[in-house]
Every structure is written in C-alpha cells, then in structure tokens.
Design a protein around this ligand. Sequence first.
Ligand code: SF4
Length: 374
Amino acid sequence: MTSKTTSLNNEFSQLVADVKACRKCDRMCDSERVLGPASGSLRAKVVFIGEAPGRLGADESQIPFHGDKSGHNFESLIQQVGLSRYELFVTNAVLCNPRDSNGNNATPTATEIKNCSHFLKRQIELIDPPLVVTLGRIALNACSLIEQHDLELRTGVRTANSWLGRSLVPAYHPGQRAMLHRSFANQLSDYQFIKEQVARNGVKRKKGSGSVASRGTKELIDTITSQKSDLSYFALHKLFFMIEARALDELGARLSDSYIIRQKDGPYCVELHPQKILALNLNLSMYTRGGVLHIKRMASTSLFDEPDNISKSPFDTPALELISAVISKYGSLSDTELKRAAYCTKAMRSVLRKEKTSGLNLFNAPLLVPAIYD
Ligand code: SF4
C-alpha cells in the first residue's frame, strides 16, 4: 500500500469517526450514520449524492442506495449502463435517516442539510472526483451550500456544469415518486450520459486484467441453483463468493460484476438481495424453514436448458468446471461450515489480518475487487 493510499484511508477513517460523533441534528442524534467502506472507492472518478439514507434501505443495510426500491432502481440503472459500484462513491446530502413522528421517511430540513454540508464537502475534497452527480433536488441544492450554483433540476438535468473545479451533472432521484416526473427509460438515458461523462473525465481501467461480465450475476445464480436446487439464502451468498474467489485465483478474473462486501457473517453479494433475486425471473421462490430463508428452484428450466445451451452461457468450459467443483465441494455443508470455509479464503483472511493489525472494523469493505478497478 502506498503512503498516499494510507493517508487517504486514514483521512477517511477520521471523517467516519467525526460523522459518528456528530450530534448536530436533534431528531437524528442516535441514528445510524451511513458512511463507511460500503460507500465506495476512495479513488472513484464519480461521486453520486442522494438525499438521505432510506428507512428500509441504507439505514438498515448501511450501504447507500441498497435494500429498498430506490436502491434497486439505482443499482439497476448503473448496472444497465455498465457502471460498477467498485468504481463509484455513493453518499447522501445528510448521512442519517430523517423520520417523521410516525417513523416514516421524511425530507431533511434546510437546517439538517446545512448541518451535514461540511461533511459532504469533506467527502468531495477527500475523493476529489472529476465528476459529481446529484440525485434529486435536495442533493443539487446541498451542493450549492458548498459552492453556489444556479442550477435547477428540471432545466439542468442531464447537463454537465462547471462546479467546484469539477463537473456537476444533475439527475433525478431513483425513487418511485421521482419516476412520475422522469420515467425509468428517461433516467436510463441520463445514466448513459453520466457513463459518457465518466469516460470523458479520464477513468482509465487497467488493461490486460481481464474483462468483467456485465450480466454474469444472473447467469451465475442460474448455474448455482440449477446444480443445487434448494439452498439457504446464506449458502447462496457464500457459494457465490467462493466461486468468485476461486475464479479470481485460478482463472485470473471474476465471473460476474456483482459487488461483494465483508459483512458481519462473512461475504455478502449486494446483487443477491432477495427482491432482486426474485426479479431475475429464474423460476426461483423463497420460503422459510426453521427461521432460515431458503431459495428453491421451481422448475428445472435454466437459462441454458435448451439444446444449444453452452453457446448461450457467458461461462466457458473452465469456468463451468470451476463452478461445479465448488458446488460439489461445499454445496452440502451446513451454513456454519460454509461460513468457516468462506473465512478461510485468501480474500477473507486478508481482511481479517488488516482488521487485526489496524484495529479497524472493516465491515462493508469491498472484497474481490476486479483488477480493472483496483
Ligand atoms: S445528518 Fe449529518 S449533521 Fe445531522 S446528525 Fe447526522 S451526521 Fe450529523
């Protein structure tokens, strides 16, 4: 690790600690703060700013824009234009979840946005991205507190504007309410524009380090569940991770672009949220047995069940053999045994070592970063 990276990590840890200690907003004094390793890469060339963590989303998952409808929409938009969370930093105008007296999500007040604006400024200064994308009116206005601008969402959407020595692109919030004003299809065009701006602003992915399959997540879930038709949700995450870890080791590249992070009980694949799995239309259902969430394949039809299946698979023969080898070695283990096996992988051992030597908690830190983003 270079001294520049070490100092960046130290600065970020200090920022996270300052945010944790903050008690500026009365109604959010005791809330979770959504800022940490899951926010994204400190070397990101683009920072996305939303409004506030959602009650059912980031406030629960601790991953900005993940776990609720807004999160699913955001993840779908970036995925469809080929942006990976590994290359982004995602944050909010306020870092705690504002709620009304009934416990529902509320819009942050002007004072709360102002209170948190110095943290937003510190994040932007620390990451220093050439491009900032605001998601919704609140985020756009919050940026004006850092450096004044006259942009309005309705007229400024999908335009690149000079701001704070970088480019600012206003976009709509990916929540369902905002979709009434700007449809998903229109937002998809906005993200295409953002992707072009990212490329224009000099994101240089490493060459010769393998490509990332843009649709590999769905196909990998399909392949796992066609070989193991009934498994716990926990086991799916761990098998998915073990396959990816082994692919990186033995084939030199990941099989999917799924964003994998270290959570309390081991590796967690962000794209494998239950609602997102069901939305993949893979004939999978979910049920609970003994309080444990399970996934069951309802029919034997796999994406690749037709006679010319191999030609449709994004995985070549070595990849398919590797998947089968991992499932046959670990597929019958209990969840406890699987967890232990996942902790014995190189990637998890490296995180555990870092936690021990630094004394830091690396929950939500990205795992198996594809070389092109490293
Ligand atoms: S929203 Fe920001 S300013 Fe307000 S308490 Fe949370 S961290 Fe502090």
